[in-house]
Design a protein around this ligand. Structure first.
Ligand code: PNS
Length: 167
């Protein structure tokens, strides 16, 4: 039984994340999507941990061997707790490399029993990020196709208030 783990903040999950999750899911008997609380990231997440988990649960309903779990510990501790032997992350353009390389090195220092593996983003999603989606949505721009429909609607609803205040 091989169990993998896809970690991230997922604020919110994008089509790029889901492409990586779906591709990673083909490599393992079980895949845990680990959603980090990340209270300090970028001034605090837009969506609560429960909302972020629910978005991914709905988007991965068709994959019964994929589960979604929140965590607020060291990633390596959480991976060991759930019995995952590999961390799978998406790698976009070169800008991701430095940060991901650093995290992979530090995580390997914490545990040599859990490998970090990377799946290359497809060109369509190479420049897609949750923060870019939020920025476009905040200014009323088009985000169709960049996130699943239910996340699109949640973003519209969440950001409608902030747009009303614009001058
Ligand atoms: O979506 P992100 O920001 O790329 O995800 C980063 C995440 C959540 C995977 C990373 O910040 C993380 O692993 N956080 C848990 C705390 C931890 O283990 N930090 C040490 C990593 S070197």
């Amino acid at each position: 039984m091989k169990r993998g783990m896809c970690p991230g903040t997922f604020d919110p999950v994008t089509s790029g994340h889901l492409d990586i999750i779906e591709r990673a899911a083909t490599l393992f008997d079980e895949l845990v999507v680990a959603v980090a609380l990340s209270p300090d990231k970028g001034g605090g997440p837009l969506f609560s941990i429960d909302e972020r988990c629910a978005f991914i649960e709905q988007a991965t309903e068709h994959l019964p061997h994929v589960s979604v779990r929140p965590f607020d510990t060291l990633l390596m501790d959480f991976a060991a707790e759930v019995g995952a032997t590999a961390i799978i992350k998406g790698l976009r353009a070169v800008t991701d490399f430095e940060r991901e390389f650093q995290m992979a090195q530090l995580n390997y220092r914490i545990s040599t029993e859990i490998e970090t593996m990377f799946i290359m983003a497809i060109p369509e999603y190479m420049y897609l990020s949750s923060s870019a989606v939020k920025e476009i949505a905040r200014h009323g721009g088009p985000i169709e196709g960049l996130v699943p429909l239910h996340v699109h609607d949640a973003l519209e609803e969440r950001l409608a208030g902030s747009r009303l205040g614009r001058t």
